[in-house]
Ligand binder design. Structure first.
Ligand code: FAD
Length: 400
């Protein structure tokens, strides 16, 4: 069941018990954003005794933004600094994701991935990835040239292949359907068509949170004891509605376009990534598979000013074709076409991997001076992989 506004959500809430001092609030928890992360957080919070959680989403259903516009890769955690949130939450999230998918028959595949090097410099990058992965307990190993040729004859790797056996893929739509269903079965409420337009921290959150949504001419408000900002591409503007000007962030957006492939050959059965490039905003134009076994290439990186600009443009296609042909020389260039794109919410024009300068980590904080407010900013890749672990982290921040 879903409501078309926060008011209807309120009518359906059966709040009966609260351990908090803000007893008069409509809900114990309000989570803004029905992407995979908001869903995972809302579900986790709703598992607790005596809570009532509302998930507020501006569209008519869950997961219509970044969570359905990505590579659907369950990342192994190869690229992020040892002490980073990205590394910790990706590692934990990966294990939780495989467990959840197995337990609830959510479509996924532990297909593994190759990172391929074409020259000595790229091989050095692979050595670094391997030694870092070993240091944090993520399995990786080098595949010999003979084994490489035997297993994937279409893949070119002149200098070396590093295999990550714990990488996989997940059907993100099935995952989100499960999370939404489980949340609602536990009594959680989804308020759809409810864009949040105003937020008031009553006595800096000590008196709870008043959240206003507007849809057409209709404006409605609800109150909650705590607030989680999981609004993806709009998380920074929402954070800026709450925090004072000296704590404002500026949002950056890195679009990633995907390219489809119309032929059935060549068709590797493993994900293939080029060696990571220091300072790059993504992981290079890689080859991924979907659950139907179709291959796609991407995403590239293009900085844009407008987070709603979801047009795939062909400006980057020639460069992407060159990239793809370095590791898949037999690919038919004329069978590669434009597919879809997604936009990474970024906190700066910084690298996605630690080998680059100015690596950007996830920002997940219980904000000082604002009671019961957890802010999730810059939740780019590996946000899908990490979603279940991010939910645990948010619960830990709200219930230390
Ligand atoms: C090109 C690309 C490739 C990626 N590949 C991978 C990958 O292979 N593996 C991986 O682990 N991660 C990957 N990611 C990252 C992953 O997709 C994201 O980290 C994850 O989907 C973020 O989920 P979210 O719930 O935070 O955000 P979203 O999915 O964007 O959800 C936020 C929700 O908030 C809602 N919202 C926004 N503003 C408001 C408002 N004012 N009121 C109400 N609702 C609002 C939106 O409508 C949206 O539904 C990739 C990302 C991109 C862009």
């Amino acid at each position: 069941m879903s409501a078309s506004s926060v008011h209807r959500a309120l009518a359906r809430s059966h709040r009966s018990f609260s351990t908090s001092s803000v007893r008069s609030a409509d809900f114990t928890h309000a989570v803004i954003g029905g992407g995979v992360v908001g869903l995972a957080v809302a579900r986790k919070l709703q598992e607790r005794e005596g809570v009532s959680t509302v998930l507020i989403e501006r569209h008519g259903s869950v997961g219509t933004e970044t969570s359905s516009r990505n590579s659907e890769v369950i990342h192994a955690g190869l690229y992020y600094g040892e002490t980073s949130l990205k590394a910790r939450l990706c590692l934990r999230g990966k294990e939780m994701m495989y467990d959840l998918c197995r337990q609830h028959h959510i479509s996924h595949m532990n297909c593994g991935k190759w990172v391929v090097a074409q020259d000595a410099l790229q091989m050095e990058a692979l050595e670094k990835v391997h030694s870092f992965a070993s240091s944090i307990g993520v399995p990786t190993y080098f595949v010999s040239r003979e084994e490489g040729k035997r297993r994937e004859p279409d893949v070119r790797a002149e200098a070396g292949i590093l295999e990550s056996p714990s990488t996989g893929i997940v059907d993100s739509h099935s995952l989100m359907q499960f999370l939404e269903g489980d949340f609602e079965e536990h009594g959680g409420i989804c308020a759809f068509q409810s864009p949040v337009t105003k937020i008031e921290a009553v006595r800096n959150g000590a008196g709870g949170w008043k959240i206003t949504t507007s849809s057409g001419d209709e404006e409605s408000s609800i109150t909650a004891e705590t607030l989680v900002n999981s609004a993806g591409l709009t998380a920074i503007p929402i954070s800026n509605m709450i925090l004072p000007p000296d704590r404002h962030f500026r949002p950056y957006y890195a679009k990633g376009s995907y390219f489809s492939y119309a032929l059935s050959r060549p068709k590797p059965s493993i994900l293939v990534y080029p060696a990571p490039v220091p300072g790059h905003g993504g992981l290079g134009t890689h080859l991924t598979l979907d659950m139907a076994g179709r291959i796609r290439f991407g995403p590239d990186v293009e900085w844009v000013d407008d987070p709603t600009d979801l047009r795939v443009n062909d400006r980057n296609l020639p460069a992407a074709l060159d990239d793809i042909q370095t590791y898949l020389p037999g690919v038919n260039r004329s069978a590669i076409g434009l597919d879809y794109c997604g936009i990474r919410p970024k906190l700066g024009k910084l690298g996605a991997v630690t080998s680059g300068k100015g690596f950007q980590d996830f920002y997940i904080k219980r904000e000082d001076g604002f009671q019961g407010f957890v802010n999730l900013l810059g939740i780019e890749s590996p946000g899908l992989t990490s979603s279940l672990a991010i939910a645990e982290e948010v619960e830990r921040l709200l219930y230390p």
